[in-house]
Design a protein around this ligand. Structure first.
Ligand SMILES: Nc1ncnc2c1ncn2[C@@H]1O[C@H](COP(=O)(O)OP(=O)(O)OP(=O)(O)O)[C@@H](O)[C@H]1O
Ligand SMILES: [Mg+2]
Length: 278
């Protein structure tokens, strides 16, 4: 029997009430949700049901009004903004419907940006960003700006960027929402490849039933709570994992995650020197 995976995210009776002057808008009303390490979960539900609000809480972009959120056992629901920013930068990768790439930067520079914030040395940043773009089949578009790329290509840059700091969790809020179905399918193939081959935990919001069935589990939200859970159709074939067009996603460069537990006063540069002396 397969070994039970540990829980990576646990939302416990999470409430989020937005205050609009005198009016209170309860977006989440005691949401309970558990996600196992390495799971691919889709979240569906009508507009205004709290999907993006839940993603913002999981992604350390906001904190709940009440309730707790555990990431890898750590309660993140009461952390300061700077602690949340640290966790967000290292442990969560984001993919948005609008791609959210910086228009003045090339694809390569967009992918390098989150690594800059984590203090990775320039040569490592370039090597890793090139590798990540190669992984999403964009090796020939690295020096293009977003305006020179198609929607599907921009979303693949965003996928590469979400992996910049090798996060455990990828949050995708309607990643195919702005794409035609064929391009959306390619983006989904890459997301599933990340889940299966890189063992990333993926939480994806979508309005599209076919897209949702790429996940192992679909959670339906309504009025800020889960009202139904179903299994996804796991057997959808993924052409990226069918032999022909496989591009190895294994990292050429050292994963930032390996350096995570290093004391803060030792930079990657110093650590590299230490390594090369061995
Ligand atoms: N910053 C905010 N201030 C006030 N109310 C908000 C804010 N963000 C969301 N809301 C409200 O909270 C509720 C849930 O919004 P949310 O964006 O989570 O819905 P959603 O399920 O993602 O919808 P959609 O499918 O349209 O993206 C809505 O009623 C919305 O109007
Ligand atoms: Mg939304």
């Amino acid at each position: 029997m397969a070994r039970e995976r540990p829980t990576i995210i646990h939302l416990k009776k999470v409430w989020k009430v937005y205050k609009m002057g005198e009016v209170e808008v309860p977006a989440l009303r005691g949401l309970d949700l558990t996600i196992k390490d390495g799971e691919f979960v889709a979240i569906m539900g009508p507009s205004g049901s709290g999907k993006s609000t839940a993603m913002n809480m999981i992604g350390c972009l906001d904190i709940p009004t009440e309730g707790s959120i555990f990431l890898d056992g750590q309660d993140i629901s009461k952390l300061s903004e700077s602690d949340l920013a640290q966790i967000r930068g290292r442990r969560i990768g984001f993919i948005f419907q609008q791609f959210n790439l910086l228009q003045t930067l090339t694809a390569l520079e967009n992918v390098m940006l989150p690594m800059t914030f984590q203090g990775m040395p320039a040569d490592e940043r370039i090597e890793r960003a090139e590798h990540l773009l190669d992984m999403v089949d964009l090796e020939d578009r690295m020096h293009h700006k977003p305006s020179e790329l198609s929607g599907g290509q921009q979303q693949r840059v965003a996928i590469a960027r979400s992996l910049a700091n090798d996060p455990e969790v990828i949050l995708a809020d309607e990643p195919t929402g702005n794409l035609d179905s064929k391009t959306g399918q390619i983006v989904m193939d890459f997301l599933r490849k990340l889940n299966i081959e890189e063992d990333k935990t993926i939480i994806m919001v979508t309005h599209d039933k076919d897209v949702a069935h790429h996940a192992q589990r679909i959670e339906f939200l309504k009025d800020g709570v889960v009202i139904r859970t179903i299994k996804g159709k796991k057997n959808i074939p993924n052409p990226l994992s069918q032999g022909k067009k496989v591009k190895k996603m294994t990292r050429k460069t050292e994963s930032p995650r390996k350096t995570r537990n290093r004391p803060d006063n030792i930079s990657n540069n110093q650590a590299n020197k230490v390594r090369s002396k061995k």
